[in-house]
Design a protein around this ligand. Structure first.
Ligand SMILES: Nc1ncnc2c1ncn2[C@@H]1O[C@H](COP(=O)(O)OP(=O)(O)OP(=O)(O)O)[C@@H](O)[C@H]1O
Ligand SMILES: [Mg+2]
Length: 458
């Protein structure tokens, strides 16, 4: 049996030449490597929101005060503003203080959004676990809120809090997916999609902010530790934290396609072929973890359709088309952004200036396309046509639960959760890109992934 191991919703550890920042070292490994010093004592409070039960020491007024504060809009440029690694101590402290200024507010907004769900939903053990994880993480940050990090010891302690935060929220997606499946009698698919769209987009930013500081920490002059660093420093000086300023999408495509082909071989006994054309030498500045997530999901869909459409001799063709720096609006018409982002708008990381050069990647399969009945649903969380018997029969919650438990036990699946497209779109839109699907029913599907780069970095 081929050992296929990929935690759902996480980046993909796998072999190949890809320079992958987060897969190399888990945040938990980083946590263990950090100094054993712990965060300062938490100030206990007498007033807690009582339901669902929680042991975290966060008061109602903490949550109310923080969630009433405006979330700072952040750009990718903000994440690189502390300079190129290795950062000197003062720049590292600035990064830590900047991170600290953002995270408690973001966590409080998430807690408030979870509280706004129907009570019977947030009482579900899985949803309530996520709620408590947020409370816990906020409780570990609150003691820092009025501090300024200005010495090495404090910065180490703070980074260990961040590493724990990232670790705590690692399995959020399968847990939430399970919770919402269990609650499907009490909340409509539209409401679930609205909540998840906002929640998972906000989570992308929160993780990124925390992981960026962790990566800057290990590549800094003060703590330089290539063995512990989540980014391949110093061999690849193109990294600034978790951003690769010279990311080559063609390398990422090959690495992800190899991984997905392995899953196909295991599940169907067939390894689909793929071709990369266009301008494979293109490089741009982006977050490799995000690109890996998106490409893996799009390739899973394309490979599955190719095999199930009995057309597995036809290769999937991936075309890489860089945009000229002054290209202006995208030539490819993208689906309009998800309409229900609501509060998300204020907390979004801003797209970069329109002249930041981007890349469009087209993934073309000959797997038969998407039928008109299925097409309107593909952006809903939990919508899937996958079933273990390979009979396209619409969403089947039983199968989705087995996909989740498979994922929790470390397995990998080609499809079945119905999160691939909506979550990939959330990642792409986060930095001003997008995903559009063009189906030629009876023939195949083209998926256009447009990504904006970070722009010029001095
Ligand atoms: N390239 C494609 N060809 C044919 N159908 C597709 C293609 N891409 C997506 N679909 C349809 O859209 C549905 C939703 O896709 P999505 O990736 O969101 O979920 P999934 O693949 O079913 O599960 P997973 O969460 O594992 O990705 C799929 O079940 C499939 O019916
Ligand atoms: Mg999918």
């Amino acid at each position: 049996m081929i050992p296929l191991r990929r935690p759902l919703g996480q980046m993909l550890p796998r072999a190949g030449s890809i320079r992958h920042p987060a897969a190399l070292k888990s945040p938990f490994d980083q946590l263990c490597r950090l100094s054993s010093t712990s965060a300062p004592d938490l100030s206990l409070s007498d007033k807690k929101w009582s339901q669902p039960p929680s042991t975290a020491t966060v008061t109602d007024s903490d949550v109310a005060n923080l969630s009433n504060q405006h979330q700072h809009s952040l750009s990718l440029a903000d994440l690189v503003k502390h300079g190129r690694p290795p950062l000197a101590a003062q720049s590292l402290f600035s990064s830590a203080n900047f991170t600290l200024s953002l995270l408690p507010i973001r966590l409080a907004h998430r807690i408030q959004a979870l509280r706004n769900l129907p009570f019977i939903v947030v009482s579900n053990p899985n949803i309530s676990k996520i709620y408590n994880n947020y409370l816990h993480s906020l409780s570990t940050l609150l003691p820092w809120k009025h501090r300024t990090i200005s010495n090495v010891e404090g910065e180490i302690q703070f980074t260990s809090v961040l590493a724990e935060l990232v670790h705590t929220h690692q399995d959020t997606i399968p847990i939430l997916a399970k919770g919402f499946l269990e609650c499907r009698r009490y909340i409509s698919p539209t409401e679930v999609t609205r909540f998840l769209d906002e929640h998972l987009r906000a989570r992308i930013g929160t993780r990124l902010i925390a992981e960026q500081h962790i990566a800057l920490h290990y590549s800094s002059a003060v703590h330089f530790d290539p063995a512990a660093s989540p980014t391949p420093c110093p061999e690849h000086p193109s990294f600034i934290g978790v951003i690769d300023t010279a990311l080559c999408p063609a390398d990422v495509v090959d690495s992800c396609a190899n991984w997905v082909a392995e899953i196909c071989e295991y599940k169907y006994g067939i390894r689909p072929r793929w071709i990369v054309d266009g301008e494979p030498d293109t490089a741009f500045a982006y977050v490799p973890m995000h690109l890996e997530y998106i490409l893996t999901e799009l390739l899973k869909n394309a490979f599955r359709a190719t095999i199930e459409g009995r057309n597995s001799k036809e290769p999937v063709v991936i075309t890489i088309a860089p945009e000229p720096p002054d290209a202006g609006p995208p030539k490819v018409k993208l689906d309009p952004p998800a309409e229900n982002k609501g509060a998300f708008r204020s907390e979004a990381i801003k797209p970069l200036d329109d002249n930041a050069p981007g890349v469009t990647i087209r993934i073309r399969d000959r797997g038969g396309g998407i039928s008109p009945e299925v097409l309107p649903n593909v952006w809903s969380y939990s919508f899937t046509t996958f079933s273990e018997e390979d009979s396209p029969a619409g969403a089947n919650p039983g199968d989705a639960l087995s996909v989740i438990s498979n994922a929790n036990s470390g397995g990998s699946s080609i499809a079945g959760l119905g999160y691939g497209l909506p979550l990939s779109r959330a990642y792409a839109e986060y930095f001003g890109g997008g995903i559009a699907v063009q189906s030629l029913h009876g023939w195949g599907t083209d998926v256009y992934l447009r990504l904006k780069g970070v722009g010029k970095i001095q």
